[in-house]
Design a protein. Structure first.
Length: 155
């Protein structure tokens, strides 16, 4: 099987949990709501019925999306990566830029969440940090900005 994405063990677990919840709880709840709306009478003019059918479609779509992510992603064992001296998927990279320090965890696009400082290795910063070493200065250039990052630590 060819993999085109990466997941940390934590990210894989989180996606599997969401998938299981959607397959069990969400599908059952929406099926009950659809049944109840259908029992209210004519489904042709029942806006609740229409809304629940749309919700069911969104749930089914999300299930398919999560199954695809799991099917095309390779799970990365972070413990084995900690021995590396270069930044890779699953590593936290502490950097200094513009007089400030920050740290990011490098993840595959499926589990990227900037609010949790998890950045995709496909993003400009993630691409630049991938393979970086402690003490190295990397430059990230986008059409809007140019930033130099000094890699302080990799864990």
């Amino acid at each position: 099987m060819a993999f085109d994405s990466f997941l940390t063990v934590e990210g894989h677990k989180k996606i599997k949990e969401e998938l299981e919840m959607l397959r069990t709880v969400a599908k059952v709840q929406i099926a009950e709501k659809i049944r109840d709306a259908r029992e209210m009478g004519d489904v042709l003019e029942n806006t609740m019925y229409d809304a629940y059918i749309e919700d069911q479609g969104r749930i089914e779509g999300r299930i398919a999306e999560l199954e695809e992510i799991l099917g095309r992603s390779q799970v990365i064992e972070i413990d084995s990566l900690k021995k590396s001296d270069t930044a890779s998927v699953g590593h936290s990279v502490k950097v200094k830029f513009n007089g400030k320090e920050d740290s990011f965890t490098l993840v595959g696009s499926a589990e990227a969440d900037p609010s949790e400082k998890k950045i995709s290795i496909e993003s400009p910063v993630g691409k630049a940090l991938l393979g970086a070493k402690v003490g190295e200065t990397i430059i990230v250039e986008t059409p809007q900005i140019r930033v130099e990052y000094l890699v302080k630590d990799i864990t």
